[in-house]
Design a protein around this ligand. Structure first.
Ligand SMILES: Cc1cc2nc3c(=O)[nH]c(=O)nc-3n(C[C@H](O)[C@H](O)[C@H](O)COP(=O)(O)OP(=O)(O)OC[C@H]3O[C@@H](n4cnc5c(N)ncnc54)[C@H](O)[C@@H]3O)c2cc1C
Length: 454
């Protein structure tokens, strides 16, 4: 077992200190995490609630290259985790695209990437979790122990049952490079049919797609290779998503492949002007990162400076439409057709996913076992017509996803009624877990957190 940082003893001390910190928070005071970064989009009510300082939990405790596992603290970012595993020729089974997403955040808030068609979501490669529960205990939850219920209900609980402090995860072997093929389609039916086929045959290691319009969409197929005839670099002057339209074939190092979307936050960096060649040159590689753009978004949310300027210029009000949704692949064409007709946002990211182990149920975010799903990610803002209420487009999407038998990730705004919400996200199972692990309700309730934005 190769240790790459703090030892287990230090971790135990950090746990003891955190438990004491938690106990010192008055039982009737709401609890919030103090973290260095966040990728949660929904705006939350301002609060002076005490903050539980989990920042010290950012160590990769060990990597075991023989067992292909890693022992990782809950607030470790995927950037740090990947840096610890790649030298061993290993990577986590699913690496969400944004460098500052943490392992704990991805497990409790679900994550997805181009290996999800074979590995599912990050929680499906967790072997065991150490959790500080709402009632102040520290428990070890495994799929087969007395806390199996917590283990299963943790994904999609968004920190409302407890906080993951340490996770043991499976890793998978890699080769040094990824060969990419960007296959163009002009028809959604053919596009999703080919996506379905390659996912079923598993002839490649990675699958995702980019829709630029109803007649221009690309399936990007990635394959681990030992050698590369050349290597591209999209960490500075060149822009990855534009390369998809330009080259049919490409090669990247594994590290550059994993972070291909981070440099420009997919394409969202466009809004900050950083896709202009001279701005990129000035910014340099160090500042072309999703967490830098996050800071700009956070500043705007505090000051509303840009919104005020736009209003003075007579521009219409805008609604943020930032969501990831999933529908079964046989309804994906319908969703795309609806989206392109109703929501003026492009490009759209598409990523196939399937539950890794069909015999397991993850009660708070259930997939039909054996069914291939497609995730659609869209992150932008749309103009509101005069008199149109904020939330109009998000509500439309929410309703369509429900109609197509799909599900919506809860990291952004949601509008469900309590009945609808608990029907979709298994209120009965949540209630049982909540009663067992947070009977005093010290942590927020999932509906209050995700829809009530408390
Ligand atoms: C624009 C945008 C695009 C996105 N795209 C993708 C994508 O392509 N792929 C993908 O996988 N995900 C994506 N996400 C979603 C993201 O993975 C989730 O929001 C994830 O939960 C963020 O993790 P974080 O570590 O940044 O946690 P935070 O944002 O800090 O927290 C998220 C939630 O998890 C809770 N939490 C955090 N850490 C822990 C812990 N250790 N234990 C228990 N609860 C915890 C927090 O209380 C909070 O409710 C996207 C999000 C946004 C805003």
């Amino acid at each position: 077992m190769a240790s790459s940082g703090a030892a287990d003893g230090d971790h135990a001390q950090r746990v003891a200190a955190l438990v004491a910190q938690y106990a010192a928070i008055p039982p009737d005071a709401p609890v919030r995490l103090a973290k260095r970064t966040s990728n949660l989009f929904r705006d939350r009510a301002r609060s002076s609630a005490p903050r539980l300082d989990v920042r010290p939990f950012d160590n990769v405790l060990s990597v075991d290259p023989v067992a292909r596992t890693a022992c990782v603290e809950g607030m470790v970012t995927y950037e740090k985790l990947v840096d610890a595993t790649l030298p061993h020729g290993l990577m986590p089974a699913v690496v969400p695209q944004l460098k500052t997403i943490t392992l704990g955040g991805a497990v409790t808030g679900l994550g997805i990437e181009s290996s999800s068609f074979r590995n599912g979501c990050p929680h499906e490669s967790v072997l065991e979790m150490e959790v500080l529960t709402g009632d102040g205990r520290v428990v070890i939850a495994r799929p087969d122990d007395e806390h199996a219920e917590l283990f299963r209900a943790f994904p999609n609980s968004y920190g409302t049952l407890g906080y993951a402090l340490r996770l043991d995860i499976e890793l998978e072997p890699i080769k040094p490079y990824v060969k990419l093929r960007h296959v163009r389609f002009s028809d959604p039916v053919a596009f999703f049919a080919e996506m379905d086929r390659v996912c079923a045959t598993r002839e490649v290691d990675f699958v995702d797609g980019t829709v630029f319009s109803g007649t221009e969409m690309y399936l990007t197929l990635g394959q681990f290779v030992d050698n590369a005839p050349y290597l591209s670099d999209y960490t500075w002057t060149h822009i990855y998503y534009r390369s998809i339209q330009t080259y049919a074939e490409d090669y990247l190092t594994v590290r550059d492949y994993l972070w291909r979307w981070d440099t420009d936050w997919f394409w969202c960096s466009r809004a900050f002007g950083v896709q202009k060649p001279w701005v990129r040159r000035l910014m340099g590689r160090r500042l072309l990162r999703s967490d830098v753009y996050w800071r700009i978004v956070a500043l705007e949310r505090r000051t509303h400076l840009n919104a005020r300027v736009e209003r003075l210029r007579g521009k219409p009000q805008r609604e943020e439409v930032v969501q990831d949704i999933e529908v079964p692949i046989d309804r994906a064409g319908e969703f795309l057709e609806f989206f392109l007709r109703e929501i003026p946002i492009e490009p759209i990211w598409v990523c196939p996913l399937r539950q890794r182990n069909p015999d397991v149920e993850w009660p708070l975010y259930t997939f039909t076992p054996g069914t291939q799903y497609v995730n659609f990610g869209f992150w932008s803002a749309v103009d509101l017509a005069p008199g149109e209420a904020d939330g109009t487009h998000n509500r439309l999407i929410e309703a369509k996803v429900g109609e197509l038998g799909g599900r919506k990730s809860l990291y952004s705004t949601s509008f469900y009624s309590p009945e609808e919400f608990w029907r979709l996200y298994n209120g009965a199972a949540y209630e049982v877990a909540k009663k067992t692990y947070d009977p005093g309700g010290r942590l927020l309730d999932l509906y209050a957190k995700c829809v009530g934005r408390q």
